[in-house]
Design a protein around this ligand. Structure first.
Ligand code: GAL
Length: 645
């Protein structure tokens, strides 16, 4: 179940044989290669140099490794950029982004599509049936370095095309966007401009369409690569390596192209990226917050329709966050097992050996910089391999009892019109997830509109547009439902619904929202009743015929219930959120195991896993059979056990 990312082109060919042998000795079975190698595969247009990759793949395959090959499109070479400057992306200020790192292309460029098709076709044809090849990775990390949205001439051209298809006539576009406001009406699709460089805020409906347009392009671009690969490489699977906390495109739509999802897990790096408080950052600096990686494991299990890998696992300090501490001893092993507990089929470390040159010299590998000598992270990977071997085949992941509906468009909508500066969709979902995990619950992510049947509890932190499919799925849900603020607050054209929020959901929830107040940091509105705590950041004023379970200070409804549908009319602080999630989980009859903030548990089939991200020990529930580890869970340790029936 272990893999590694390897760059044969970074090392003298004389070392490849030894590298492959040492990988296998370590317990590694999968190796991902090739995703940045374009300049070595095609040094000049039409001049191909495949022999080195042939030899590398043969060596890896002979050693018994299964190969995952990346298409090299994340790094168009210099000659191509010079020849085709129209592939270059533009930043929001309208400045071109240059050659000299990676991801310097825009999804909008027709030239780029042509060039991508060409190289993918050539690589897929050559290696599609290689005996060592088991799967493909398309490109590398769509969205990394802020590269989904581009603001150049090619983007404008493609955006106009997309708008023509969607709206058919300028009148319909004006109507959808509400262009009569501020005299923004257009008489032809040629009048459309990019929604940047405006004097003040551009039209939010235009911005949302611009986001949707880019998101659609990513999915279509990925599908183009998948179609070519499938033609030349039958019986091999295809994945893409997604990222943490990148929400600029709808990952579910890209997932539809793939056989399985994968993602790149850098638990400590993400502590700096996520809007934690400074106190939390310091607390989790060397272990990561216990929900950062699991949140994504569960998300990508859904994106991959039940199947996911970790394609890149942090093996030690990384190089790209503002600060890059060494993980506490044991954490590389713990993260690997945590991924497995959440159903990962393979955990693949980034990278085999620390580089001694270029941008990522300070990024750890399984081997020390330049050497054939395992790093501390490499030694932990070795231990995991031995433990995995002793456990044999692991049971499959089961459907969880709790569903969390996750919606990329709600992120776009709330970024475009935050109303309160600190309304951050990903943070909200993360906190809801955290609250459920603190109750020991397993969670499945579900895309809007997908079936919610069979879930005992459905959490909807926020879904700004509830389209017909999402509405139908919620209506058909048989479990207890908890819906958060802002849900149903916009229609597909970014308008307030005719009957006020929550629009089409009003029958189910029994309320309408007549006012919204956003609260500065430090301000709050106390909530009391069946659940208590504080509303912070966002607070709604409801008129409701539902039962009122909790109220704000002035007696207004804060938590309501109609049938099994609960509605929480604010951004809850930690206490209120914990109480609300506990309340609905109890209503749903789901057994709860409250865990301290540094402990998490998770099941895979009949196996239970416990993880300790903190400094104090924790006792595993008494009546169980230990499979791995100890009944007293020490800091940075994990245990695997079976609950006795
Ligand atoms: C990922 C990327 C890798 C490498 C790694 C370093 O985002 O896919 O190529 O840059 O980060 O942590």
């Amino acid at each position: 179940m272990l893999g590694v990312c390897y760059y044969p082109e970074h090392w003298d060919e004389a070392r490849w044989e030894t590298d492959a042998r040492r990988m296998v000795e370590l317990g590694i079975r999968f190796v991902r290669i090739g995703e940045f190698a374009w300049s070595r595969l095609e040094p000049a247009r039409g001049q191909f140099a495949f022999e080195w990759l042939d030899r590398a793949m043969d060596i890896l395959a002979r050693a018994g490794l299964k190969i995952v090959l990346g298409t090299p499109t994340a790094t168009p070479p210099k000659w191509l950029v010079d020849e085709c400057p129209d592939i270059i992306p533009y930043d929001k200020d309208g400045k071109p982004r240059g050659f000299g790192s990676r991801r310097h292309y825009t999804f909008s460029s027709e030239t780029w599509w042509k060039e991508s098709k060409r190289i993918v076709e050539i690589v897929a044809e050559r290696y599609g049936n290689h005996q060592g090849l088991v799967g493909w990775q398309t490109d590398n990390e769509y969205g990394c370095h802020d590269t989904i949205i581009s603001w150049g001439p090619e983007d404008l051209k493609a955006f106009k095309r997309w708008l023509r298809m969607r709206y058919q006539s300028p009148d319909q576009l004006n109507e959808a966007w509400g262009s009569v406001f501020w005299s923004m009406e257009l008489t032809s699709f040629d009048d459309v401009a990019l929604p940047n460089l405006t004097v003040t805020e551009p039209n939010p409906a235009t911005r949302l369409d611009f986001w949707r347009f880019h998101s659609d392009q990513v999915a279509a671009y990925d599908k183009m690569q998948c179609d070519i690969i499938r033609k030349h490489s039958p019986d091999r699977w295809i994945t893409h390596n997604f990222m943490g906390f990148i929400l600029d495109f709808d990952h579910f739509k890209v997932g539809d192209n793939l056989d399985l999802a994968s993602w790149d897990s850098y638990p400590i790096g993400f502590v700096e990226k996520f809007p934690f408080s400074e106190a939390e950052r310091n607390r989790w600096a060397e272990t990561s917050h216990p929900d950062i990686a699991p949140f994504h494991h569960d998300l990508y299990r859904a994106v991959g329709n039940g199947r996911f890998w970790v394609m890149e696992q942090q093996p030690g300090p990384v190089n790209w966050a503002p600060w890059n501490p060494v993980p506490k001893p044991g954490m590389v092993r713990l993260w690997t097992w945590e991924a497995i507990a959440h159903g990962a089929e393979v955990v693949s470390y980034f990278r085999w050996r620390q580089a001694t040159f270029a941008q990522e010299q300070m990024h750890a590998g399984l081997n020390l910089a330049g050497l054939d000598e395992l790093s501390p992270g490499g030694l932990e990977a070795q231990r995991v391999a031995q433990e995995l071997a002793s456990l044999g085949v692991l049971p499959d992941t089961r459907k969880a009892r709790v569903a969390l509906v996750f919606d990329y468009q709600s992120y776009w909508t709330t970024v475009i019109q935050p109303q309160g500066k600190d309304f951050r969709y990903e943070e909200l979902c993360f906190r809801w997830y955290e609250a459920a995990r603190r109750l020991g619950l397993d969670i499945d992510f579900v895309r809007p509109g997908a079936s919610l049947e069979g879930y005992d509890l459905v959490l909807v932190p926020c879904m700004t547009e509830v389209d017909e499919a999402a509405h139908a799925a919620l209506k058909a849900a048989t479990g207890t439902i908890l819906i958060g603020a802002r849900t149903g607050s916009r229609d597909r054209n970014f308008r307030i619904p005719d009957n006020l929020p929550p629009g089409s959901l009003s029958e189910m929830t029994g309320h309408r929202v007549i006012q919204v107040s956003t609260l500065r940091p430090g301000l709050s509105d106390p909530v009391s009743g069946a659940v208590a705590g504080n509303g912070i950041r966002w607070r709604e004023y409801l008129q409701t015929d539902a039962e009122v379970l909790s109220t704000f200070a002035n007696g207004d409804p804060a938590l309501t219930k109609k049938g099994s549908v609960h509605y929480l009319a604010c951004w809850p602080d930690e206490k209120l959120l914990a109480a609300a999630v506990r309340h609905v989980a109890t209503k749903a009859d789901i057994p709860i195991v409250e865990v301290p903030d540094h402990i998490r548990i998770r099941t895979r089939g009949d196996l239970s896993f416990a993880f300790n991200y903190g400094d104090s020990p924790w006792s595993i529930p008494a009546d169980c059979e230990m499979v791995l580890g100890e009944a007293i869970l020490a800091p940075q340790e994990l245990s695997v056990f079976r609950l006795k029936p």
